[in-house]
Design a protein around this ligand. Sequence first.
Ligand code: DX5
Ligand code: ZN
Length: 225
Amino acid sequence: MIAPSILSADFARLSEEMAAVGGPGRGADWLHVDVMDAHFVPNLTLGLPVVESLLRSTDTPLDCHLMIDAPDRWAPGYAEAGAHNVTVHAEAAEDPVALAKNLRAAGAKAGLSVKPDTPLESYTDVLKHYDTLLVMSVEPGFGGQKFIERVLEKVRAARRMVDTGHLNLLVEIDGGINSDTIEQAAEAGVDCFVAGSAVYGAEDPVRAVEGLRARALDTSAHGSA
Ligand code: DX5
Ligand code: ZN
């Protein structure tokens, strides 16, 4: 799956930018929406009122990545609004198990994200309550950063836990994904690839999405052969 991140889109034309990659016959599986609060991360983007408007203007499932403090308090609102997947940061959540239950009760998939230096081991039991694991391959906060290769260890570990039935979730990666780095990520076992600048920085975003998908599929096919 490919989830273009609208962080790299033109914020004055978000619905057109979403339609450019996510409408009928277009390539995006999910649209990734980065919510930043200038506390958990140094950057500030958008919040629930904007997400509610975005939900009204697209049929493509929204993948909301909340880079915010106090997600226990704020994340369920995104699920109630109709976001398909709501991801919170493990480093910020106070009670991640209760939070996952609240997100699911509100009708969304529950996602847990880990920053590049956050180990996965501490969250193995918690992850049993989640539908997606978002492995950050850059420090959260900004688009256009360089891919951090060492996080692929965590992807491989998560993949193993899923393949052996210890976890039942999608493995998602976010940060620095482009036509070069997507191959390593696919090989390590990623299911869903977030890409911001590689999609919205391209001359033809739809072709960029399809190009990324082809590279990922090609690599996975070789990997399992
Ligand atoms: C960064 C965000 C990412 C960002 C990725 O904190 O979580 O979703 O949009 O951008 P690229 O693909 O340009 O690294
Ligand atoms: Zn993100």
